[in-house]
Design a binder for this molecule. Sequence first.
Ligand code: SF4
Ligand code: SF4
Length: 448
Amino acid sequence: MNLPTFKGGIHPPESKSQTADREIEMLSPRGCLVYPMSQHLGVPCSPIVKKGERVLVGQKIADSEAFVSAPILSSVSGVVKEIGTHMTISGAVEACVTIENDTMFEYAASLLPHRDYRELGRAECVKIIREAGIVGMGGAAFPTHVKLSPPPGREIKWIIVNGAECEPFLNCDNRLMIEHPEPIIGGLEICLHIFPGAEGIIAVENNKPEAIRRLEGELSERGANIRVMPHAVKYPQGAEKMLIYTVTGQEIPPGALPAEVGCIVLNVGTAAHIWNAVIDGIPVLDRVISVAGDAVANPKNIMAPLGASVRELIDSAGGFVGEPVKVLSGGPMMGISMRSVDVPTVKGTSGILALTAKSAPLFGESNCIRCGRCVSACPMGLLPLSLDRFVRLRQYAEFESSGGMNCIECGSCTYSCPARRHLTQTCRDGKSEVMAARKRQKEKGALS
Ligand code: SF4
Ligand code: SF4
């Protein structure tokens, strides 16, 4: 049977067997937990607690008045040890709140179940979701209350829960669908209550048969008006634009948001957090993280409190075996290479991947042989070889006019290039240069 999919894309080895059957284990954190003020897209938060103050589990410790932002809540009880700076997963040193965990896990009295969500209005539901600090848990960390607030008059026809998890090695979404399908479906039901005219779909790559079976079983028990849609196994199937095309046939114009074609896409972890927040009053305190790779002794899926150190996660997976040449936050295709493992986990941390030289060999680049493989692989219909040349020649206007800003940095071009050209990295560099130039232009305009 031909399953639906998108144009372009690649088939990297799935490498999921290390953790596919490993049940989610809880991590009880020790020591201090560190909460970066910028762990979502949009405006960073500012601390609202003081050094020396005692805080409880679920207490808000940072917030922002900006619409595109999301509050940060403590995942432990303890005392605020420091309000300062700390290295984060990206390698940058950023503003953080550090809490010394008292290991008592005393919950804030404000964490109370809400009344039946069907009695809540749309604005009330969205406010609960915002106050719970919910952002996209697939990695992008876009604030969910913003997604659920499309411009007035915009009709939402589809709410798609993204269970594709197309990144090799990762199983955090897969295990959540297998072990906890109820809150995922429940979160989608709440979104359908907010948008009563929309159709609810849970899209899952066809290499997760157990997850599909569990979701379908739960749906038939609840009699929910939601369908599970298995789709072809291809990378980057889980990218928002690719998923929307696969499920609805709609193409999102460059620069547009999914709501403009009537779609809202939520990761499975995001849907589960919506349920936890609206039904039980529990904000985002933790998330599932796959700790995998051939440099990890005992790969596993961990429910980790936010703010726990990456080193602690690796230790709980048995530590390193062999010398890791690369430790990534996320999967091998779109993950960020980390400079240190003494950094905190954040809302968007889906995986920690440690690889030895055997599985992550370093290759030098050679000249482009104009084979066109990168063009066939690009799911955005771009010409990566041309974009690469424009960036290397510093021809950023040409990079922009050739659609370089539409690059989703999926890594498919780099993966498919026989000359090992660093195509994704040059696209990333080109985008940063264009953004910096736009910012300079804006500042100049504001001054004149
Ligand atoms: S895949 Fe590599 S070698 Fe082939 S055209 Fe693209 S950049 Fe050139
Ligand atoms: S150019 Fe960008 S979108 Fe296209 S394959 Fe490369 S990284 Fe992906």
